[in-house]
Design a protein around this ligand. Structure first.
Ligand SMILES: [Zn+2]
Length: 387
């Protein structure tokens, strides 16, 4: 039943699209040209497409293919941005080079290879006229490597109305990178402590904001942190503190600000984390005023139910294509799934070709991974959409 669809997978198309995408620089902030490229490709495949600006000159690209009957909606998602060029590249990062079965280039594995495989799966649906229910969606979002502005913008649109997302990040589900069943969130506390200035020879007349802030910091181990059976407890790291005079003066400092990074586990949220810090400050009977804020990027944690329909379909398909069970993990990284699943509750499956040094010089993707990933994408979509 799926034979025709699988026969319609064109692996040389994947390679060509991957090469072309590596030639289009899309360092975070400069995603427009790649978004336009993807739109043209998706148009050519017969999908209904849209470019929607998240910020001036920084569009997300969306596309939709409707099945023959109403049903579920499945989205293939990828980020269009790459990290900036780092030190140590021995080749031009924007010229794809194939050596010993690897294609080198910036963004090759993170995540233009995944985008190319998603295009190939969509092309197989388009070329074979495979009959399915519901809708196949595609989104290419900006800014994943920075603040996830593209993913967050998508949540405010009709495109977020979908039943599952396949995130084409480099997670092959083997020992090199198991599939995340849940990911921690994170919050960056930005806490301002306001005291009262006085002459530094009469400190008792003022309220020393630095000393009051220090009392919070040395008591951070009393901050309430919940434990999760799969993740254990999150953690804290003080990243920055500032306060006191600019030009030497003997004045009781009236202001101190500090930033603490916190990993969140499921059951905790950005909002509950703010409450936790406010409660800690209140418990210390400080004389200063404490204002707890957070700075972007903020990410909610998430966990998938093991019986999610998308996971059930994925398990079957993985076994069939890879001849083994996928490996899973509970991870402490951040991806756009923290936005889709963490904020909007859309189940997200990470799946993509194996990585070769993402965020490192001489990034590559092992080409042997492209055909099985395209095939898994097509079969997951076909099964999930009741074909
Ligand atoms: Zn990525």
């Amino acid at each position: 039943m799926f034979d025709e669809l699988v026969a319609g997978l064109d692996d040389s198309y994947t390679l060509r699209r991957l090469e072309e995408m590596i030639r289009i620089p899309s360092v975070v902030g400069e995603e427009a040209e790649l978004a336009e490229y993807l739109r043209r490709e998706l148009d050519a495949l017969g999908l209904k497409t849209a470019l929607e600006e998240v910020e001036p000159g920084r569009p997300n690209v969306y596309a939709r293919m409707a099945g023959g009957r109403p049903g579920r909606r499945l989205m293939f998602n990828g980020h269009t941005d790459t990290v900036p060029v780092c030190e140590g590249w021995e080749k031009d990062p924007f010229t794809p080079v194939v050596e010993e079965g690897r294609m080198y280039g910036l963004g090759s594995c993170d995540m233009k290879a995944g985008l190319a495989c998603a295009l190939t799966a969509l092309k197989a649906f388009a070329d074979t006229g495979f009959d399915f229910e519901g809708e196949l969606l595609f989104s290419g979002v900006i800014d994943e490597e920075a603040y996830s502005k593209g993913a967050k913008a998508m949540l405010g649109t009709e495109w977020a109305d979908c039943d599952a997302v396949v995130l084409a990040e480099p997670y092959p589900g083997d020992e090199s990178k198991p599939i995340p069943l849940g990911i921690t969130g994170k919050v960056l506390y930005d806490t301002t402590v306001r005291g009262r200035a006085a002459h530094g020879f009469s400190p008792e007349l003022g309220v020393n904001a630095i000393e009051e802030a220090a009392r919070i910091l040395v008591n951070l181990d009393k901050l309430e942190m919940r434990s999760h059976p799969k993740f254990g407890r999150g953690n804290l790291c003080t990243l920055k503190i500032e306060g006191g005079y600019r030009v030497y003066s003997v004045v009781v400092p009236d202001r101190c600000r500090f930033e603490v990074n916190r990993l969140l586990v499921p059951g905790e949220t950005v909002a509950s984390a703010v409450d936790d810090m406010e409660r800690l400050a209140a418990s210390l009977n400080l004389n200063a005023e404490v204002e707890v804020k957070t700075k972007p990027p903020r990410y909610e944690p998430f966990i998938l139910r093991e019986d999610e329909p998308i996971l059930r379909v994925f398990n079957e398909v993985y076994r069939e294509v890879m001849g083994a069970d996928p490996l899973y993990e509970y991870a402490s990284g951040i991806t756009d799934a923290n936005v889709f699943a963490g904020e909007a509750g859309i189940p997200c499956l990470h799946l993509g070709p194996r990585r070769g040094g993402a965020h490192q010089p001489n990034e590559y993707v092992p080409l042997e991974w492209l055909p099985p990933v395209s095939k898994m994408y097509a079969l997951i979509a076909a099964r999930f959409l009741g074909g």
